[in-house]
Write a protein that binds this ligand. Sequence first.
Ligand code: AHR
Length: 509
Amino acid sequence: MGVFGVEDAVATIKIDPARALGRVDRRLFGNFIEHLGRCIYGGVFDEGSALADEHGFRRDVLEAARGLRVPILRWPGGNFVSGYHWTDGIGPREQRPRRLELAWRAEESNRFGTDEFIAYCRALGAEPYICVNMGSGTLDEAQAWVEYCNGTGNTYWANLRRANGHPEPYRVRYWGLGNEMYGAWQIGSSSAEDYVKRARQFAAMMQWTDPSIELVGCGQWGWTEWDRIVIDGLAPLVRYHSVHLYTGSGGYRRNVYMPHQADRALRLCEALIERARYEQKIQHPIGIAFDEWNVWYRTRTPQLRQAGLEERYDLSDALAVATFLNVFIRHCRSVQIANMAQLVNVIAPIFTRPDGLFLQTIYHPLRLYAEHVQTVALEAFVDAPTDELGVEDEQAVTADDRPWRVADLGPFSLLDVTASVDTDGRELCLAVVNRDPHAAIPTRIELAGAELVGGARLYEVNGADPGTRNSFEQPEAVQVQERALESGGTCIELTFAPHSVTVVRGQLG
Ligand code: AHR
């Protein structure tokens, strides 16, 4: 990263602190834990491990997770929830039933349940977000779950929580109405129309139990007929509509550009929501809960699914994750919750074995963004070289069951940029992904009506090449390099290294 003459710049970024896009919801940095593979057992929760605390929570995992400043944690699934009877997971652990688990063809000990989940959220400083079982589950079960968590009266389920040692209500605010109910892989999947009928019944009973809860309708990818029917049918009852998107495969370029599919998802979902609110004269806001997102393609085959989706991430995936986050920040007026899937071991930034962990490449952008992105997103004008995907790139897809085209979303700017400031307009965070795999991009950054004070910090996620992975043997092959930026002013020159994510955090004068 050297100073260069302005004439050498091949890209320009222009930022005006007065041009706000909207407020960035902290809940965009949410995460998700599912009873799947080694996410809970052996990840979050490891009874008897020397690394576990008195609750059985892995201390090293908790510390790494705290670094991600997770504001909201979704649980217990995912596909798992559609066969989960939550009452199996409360009361004395030795008496909890061990069940056949059909979503992932596994066995569930039920030693981690609702009380453990809430304790974990409290330890992490995250708000709990529970998805209910609309597959094999009943209305009564969902109602009882809300009552167990939030009930304050002298009633059976609230009293059972008290008897289990928790006198105060848990005040779980976020409740999901089922998971991916459209999919043939989902226990109890159905048509959109049938889902809407049942979800209305669930919503009513859950809200009558606690009117303060906020419900999330079960969406698909944001743009489908399923989404349209569910949004139209549930708009009067829900506060959020969910979207899930997993990207990747087809080589480096497709991998790093595919998160722009989230941009399509958000644009079209925003339109469906606006239409429903307008047509139905709905007063309350309906946000988007992007409650599963990540790069996931290497472990999508049926055999590897059963092996617990232990995706090993490389540097290109870290660039994709940063791009996803940039997309969310640009759409901050509609996407209010996002949950990376998942926190540990299962398609995850944290990877454990019995005696320790390492941080995968994708941990680093997630951590940097959660720490440095500010409250007000700004427009960022970017003039940089572009790249386009062709038909051949779309055909290079392997092990991928998503029929998505992404080439039409291009041409893609090689620099993907977001900027944000705090509410006083004094702290600036600039996040830049250079997707060029070979070339550094010398860039002129112009600030309108503001100057960057000298001494800003610069954090760069990078590694030897886009295929570099972290491992127990080489835990820091991809890591964060931090340095000070001596120069400030209204025009800053920075060279963004090939295949890198850079976060600049500084003060505006
Ligand atoms: O996160 C892994 C799985 O992906 C979840 O269980 C499911 O909701 C999605 O299909």
